[in-house]
Design a protein around this ligand. Sequence first.
Ligand SMILES: O=C(O)CCC(=O)C(=O)O
Length: 302
Amino acid sequence: MSPAGSLRMRLWQFSEGPDHWRRLCPSLSIDDDRPLIPASAGESDASGAAARAAAELSRDGFTQLSGVCSGQVCDALRSGIEALESSGMPPLFVYGFDEPWLALAGLHPVLLAVLGDHVILEDLWAWRIPLGGDHGGWAPHRGWGEPMFGQDGRPRVINIWIAVSDVAADNACMHLVPRGLDPCYPSNLSCVAVHDAAAVVALPARRGTALLWDANTLHWGGRSAAADSGCTPRVAYSFTAAAVGTFTHDWRTLPPGRLSFRLRMEAIARQVLKYGSKATVDEDVVRWAEHMVTLSSLNAAR
Ligand SMILES: O=C(O)CCC(=O)C(=O)O
């Protein structure tokens, strides 16, 4: 069988159920019954790390929290992503496992403190950025191009980015322009030009650290280090959370509680179609995603 033919077959085997995933990445888990997304409502924690992060997000538009994933979980995620890539699947497929979601669940107190009742949008991507060449993270953009913050300055939509590898300033770390130093914030959010290089903040992060920023903030991933730099490829993944009632238009959201294997597959397929052009995703993966999305709409219409 041709390598392309075998990738096609693997994609369908992977969509059938968790067995292939467990065999490929034995140190990661898939438990259909495990609650992964906490209920959006609740009492916010007025003290400690959650309160500090919420205050920084309101004041500066960004914050960092270390220790969201343990070193052991980061190692498992990194080797899982590498195993997926060796099988021809993009890092995005890591959302098939529980661990990326469990780290998000750990951020619930912070999200509650900043956003109050909130939803997790179906807005996912994962990166493993090779060293050298012209490899790097995503170009400057804003997660959301319409103003999304309250009168008190609190963001209503937050991008969450979790470092799986150590990420250094010379290794595709995230950069942003703090909103107070961005002349386009908030009146001209369609602008993604960096007006003042001195205003740029680089955000190196140890593995297991989460970076959170106001989704209106101009941000981007830096360039990868040279192949002979001794660095490891940068590995990270992301989510977006929004305060309930923020959107007047439809956004697919992820249900609180358990995430069935099927739902994870469909969410991954929809992300391939949404963001696949920003990354090098194999054409067979795009075709698989198109089929999955068609099947999902047929099932929904039944
Ligand atoms: O990791 C990157 O290079 C880009 C991340 C990003 O832009 C995002 O999560 O919104």
